[in-house]
Ligand binder design. Structure first.
Ligand SMILES: [Zn+2]
Ligand SMILES: [Zn+2]
Length: 215
């Protein structure tokens, strides 16, 4: 069983102050086997870290958080040059055609809701259940989608600073050692939110106030 934080922002996102170097230095110590870097509309983190398994065993995958007027999506695949501005439907079709995978991020966040119709119609087959910034009750609403539509459910911290890294994670049954492995696993199944309760991190900076920046 592997424990991956599927939703992490580095300071390549304007709203985050977590550096790639901090992430690489601390992720294993926080009990993670893998981290997905999902900056807002950029995969530039791939320039400062070689994806795949690091010397300490941590698997790093670079994806992106893509915002549409029908919610935000974590996307994994060959999207280094992808421009913003697509509709959710166009994005989901493009990701599928490219052999990638899209995860509806925090689909019940106020103002950033993902329409259930995208899930019901099978355009989006993976949904983020637990998110480190979710409100109470959001997870249960995703579980209702899971029961109704059979979607896969992931979890991620949505960290924007070191103290948030790894507080929420996804468990994978099969090994994930690369971006391709992650995509295959998310398309195939065999993952679920890590049930471990969200506890305050021991990482430096944990006493800092929670930033007000959404997303
Ligand atoms: Zn995010
Ligand atoms: Zn952000």
């Amino acid at each position: 069983m592997l424990r991956f934080d599927l939703h992490v922002h580095t300071d390549l996102s304007p709203c985050s102050r977590l550096t790639v170097a901090e992430l690489l230095a601390h992720a294993r110590g926080l009990g993670l086997d893998g981290v997905c870097i999902t900056d807002h509309h950029t995969m530039a983190a791939a320039r400062s870290v070689t994806e795949g398994v690091q010397p300490d065993g941590l698997c790093v995958v670079v994806g992106m958080e893509y915002s549409t007027d029908q919610g935000d999506f974590l996307i994994f695949g060959p999207f280094e040059e992808l421009r913003p501005g697509l509709t959710a439907e166009a994005l989901l079709q493009l990701v599928d055609r490219a052999g990638g995978v899209a995860v509806a991020a925090h689909p019940f966040r106020p103002g950033r809701e993902v329409p259930e119709a995208l899930v019901r119609r099978g355009l989006c087959r993976v949904v983020e259940g637990r998110n480190g910034r979710n409100r109470p009750g959001d997870d249960a609403r995703v579980r209702a989608w899971e029961r109704a539509h059979g979607v896969g459910v992931t979890a991620g911290s949505d960290a924007h600073r070191l103290a948030e890294l790894g507080r929420v994670a996804t468990r994978f049954d099969a090994p994930v050692r690369s971006r391709a492995d992650l995509i295959a696993a998310l398309r195939r199944g065999g993952f679920r939110p890590d049930p471990r309760p969200v506890t305050p991190s021991r990482a430096p900076g944990s006493a800092a106030p929670r930033p007000r920046t959404p997303g």
